[in-house]
Design a protein around this ligand. Structure first.
Ligand SMILES: *Cc1c(COP(=O)(O)O)cnc(C)c1O
Length: 376
């Protein structure tokens, strides 16, 4: 018998789960005739702001632009220092550089693999580069909140902006409060595989500050305050109304989707207990939404190969820390040796996780990982 392979992620399954409603939303936008911004974008911005519990949400082209524009709205640019991590999607660092700022990459905590407050403090005390320290930009990696209390405290003590990278943490809580409500601004991606995913590129910046929101609305459309007259220099990064309409259909399902991800994570935790692997850390006082379920093994590459032969798709998020990638490694962006980051990159493995992954598939993954990790 030929058993179907299990992919690591499956955004198409998310589409098929709501196909009728999504197809109707797309047809409505096409028939409506407004193809740039307009009511669909405004409706989703309002729904997203209400869901998050912040005053303002501004739709942009994708998560990378969300970060660039958040920095620019704070007038952070040329030569300014933005403190973030190397253990993240390259998008985080690319966006900081697009804004003209200098990313300073600090190490992550050994368990959660999110920004280490002690490493941040050391980098703030003696920045490895010249420039004006301007912002702290933690990433809530894999759906797990970074340790926001000490990070926010440090940002305040040094007079810096706090900007959250929430690209992987839609709905994650830190001390019962939604990630994305702690910083001056929060940046979301709706890349198709994210916990809330569009069917193409899309992103959002959320903020409680009306002036920052107004600046973002200008910056995403050439700096226009009045149509076709640029008050400031901006870019073109508008949320597509088709994607806004699709996201408006998917947003009400996010809580259930996150609950299913957590259920799968718990099943993996149980099924893999006792297997020679490190299982994901869960921060006390926080709610992890498992954008990824990441195990660690010294024998990661062999494990991955065995799982691949068993028809189990896996991923590595991310294989090379940004400060060691060819485009970045000559530029001395790292604050120190980033030992935890470098070790993690060699050992991490992301198992299949997405809301439509069924119980039988989860059981098959558990069986295959148990066998692969014990060398069978
Ligand atoms: C996906 C992602 C981004 C970028 O989002 P895009 O929409 O792909 O531009 C930024 N940061 C992190 C941590 C991400 O996972």
């Amino acid at each position: 018998m030929n058993i179907a392979a299990i992919p690591q992620t499956d955004p198409r399954a998310g589409y098929l789960a709501q196909k009728t409603e999504i197809d109707a939303a797309i047809a409505r936008v096409l028939a409506g005739g407004q193809y740039i911004l307009g009511p669909e974008v405004e409706a989703f911005e309002a729904a997203f702001a209400a869901w998050l519990g912040v005053g303002h949400a501004v739709g942009v082209g994708h998560g990378t632009d969300a970060i660039e524009l958040a920095l620019r709205a704070c007038r952070i640019g040329r030569g300014d220092l933005v403190f973030t991590v190397s253990h993240t999607a390259v998008a985080t660092i690319a966006a900081i550089e697009r804004a003209g700022a200098v990313p300073i990459l600090v190490d992550v905590e050994p368990g959660a693999l999110t920004m280490d407050p002690a490493a941040l403090e050391a980098a703030l005390r003696t920045p490895p580069r010249k420039g004006r320290p301007a912002a702290v930009l933690p990433v809530h990696l894999y759906g797990q909140p970074a340790d926001l209390t000490p990070l926010a405290k440090l940002a305040r003590a040094y007079g810096l902006r706090l900007i959250e990278d929430c690209a992987q943490s839609h709905g994650a809580l830190y001390r019962d409060r939604m990630t994305g409500t702690f910083g001056d601004l929060a940046c979301f991606s709706f890349y198709p595989t994210k916990n809330l995913g569009a069917l193409g590129d899309a992103g959002m910046v959320a903020t409680g500050d009306a002036a920052l929101a107004a600046a973002l609305r200008e910056l995403r459309e050439y700096g226009w305050r009045e149509r076709a007259v640029s008050a400031v220099v901006g870019i073109n990064s508008r949320l597509d109304p088709l994607q806004a309409a699709i996201l408006a259909v998917k947003l009400p399902l996010l809580a259930a989707d996150n609950a299913r991800r957590q259920e799968i994570a718990t099943a993996y935790d149980r099924g893999l207990a006792g297997v020679p692997l490190s299982l994901p850390y869960r921060r006390v006082g926080a709610t992890h939404v498992f954008h990824q379920y990441v195990v660690r093994s010294r024998l990661r590459d062999e494990l991955r190969e065995r799982l691949s032969r068993a028809g189990i798709g896996t991923g590595i998020h991310y294989p090379v820390p940004v400060h060691l990638q060819p485009a970045y490694r000559e530029r001395a962006l790292a604050a120190g040796a980033l030992k935890v980051t470098t070790e993690a990159a060699r050992e991490i493995l992301s198992l299949p996780i997405y809301p439509q992954l069924g119980d039988q598939a989860v059981a098959r993954v558990v069986t295959a990982v148990c066998a692969a990790a014990s060398g069978r």
